[in-house]
Write a protein that binds this ligand. Structure first.
Ligand code: HQG
Length: 179
């Protein structure tokens, strides 16, 4: 029996990165049919039912997933590498946002700015503490700040994911504050 963490990682895999591993179809906004997901997950040896799925969605520390209003569909709130249009309205960001990274990436970031790398967006946090936690996943953490007000004023689009993470396509070096 897989743990809740294993099930959550499985959901991240199929809803963000590789739906094809279980033959799952995501629509253009990243939604999968819950019945389809459950059937395919179980066929691939991942024991999932509606109750455990609801438990994972409700219990995810970072609100990684969301159900549609009618409960028939599910998607990841952010973090995709597969192309999705999250259909979030562009929003005015807070004046300052934070990005946690690893110190070994700094030289490259100074040159080319923040890039989405394998994902669809650069992920930004509203507080430095969260950014540090995100950065630690990659190594010695380093927190950068982003002049979101100026970048937004220059015409760049910002989206706010359902879980409060801010998303944008890239951050040029001149909008980044380095420690
Ligand atoms: C770095 C997690 C070199 C970037 C988190 C990061 C987040 C560059 C890494 C979400 C670069 C990409 C996303 C450049 C950016 N040169 N390195 N020009 N530009 N980088 O995992 O932001 O737990 O794709 O700094 O909490 O770490 O999965 O992005 O270190 O919200 O739900 O390239 O994933 O959420 O790493 O994390 P990632 P991230 P979950």
């Amino acid at each position: 029996m897989s743990s809740v963490v294993e099930k959550s990682k499985f959901l991240s895999l199929v809803l963000r990165h590789a739906p094809e591993t279980i033959g799952l179809a995501l629509d253009s906004a990243g939604w999968a049919q819950v019945d389809d997901l459950l059937e395919r997950a179980n066929a691939h040896g991942m024991a999932l039912d509606r109750a455990s799925l609801s438990q994972i969605v409700a219990g995810s520390d970072k609100q990684r997933f969301a159900f549609s209003d009618d409960g028939e569909r599910i998607r990841a709130n952010q973090g995709h590498s597969v192309p999705v249009q999250l259909a979030l309205p562009p929003q005015e960001p807070p004046s300052r946002l934070f990005h946690g990274t690893a110190s070994r990436f700094l030289e490259s970031i100074r040159r080319t700015g923040l890039q989405p790398m394998q994902r669809q967006h650069v992920h930004l946090s509203t507080n430095a503490q969260t950014a540090e936690t995100v950065g630690r996943r990659h190594g010695k953490p380093c927190v950068l700040w982003v002049d979101a007000r100026a970048l937004h004023a220059s015409g760049q689009v910002f989206l706010r994911a359902e879980n409060g993470v801010w998303l944008t396509t890239a951050v040029p070096p001149e909008f980044i504050g380095f420690p």
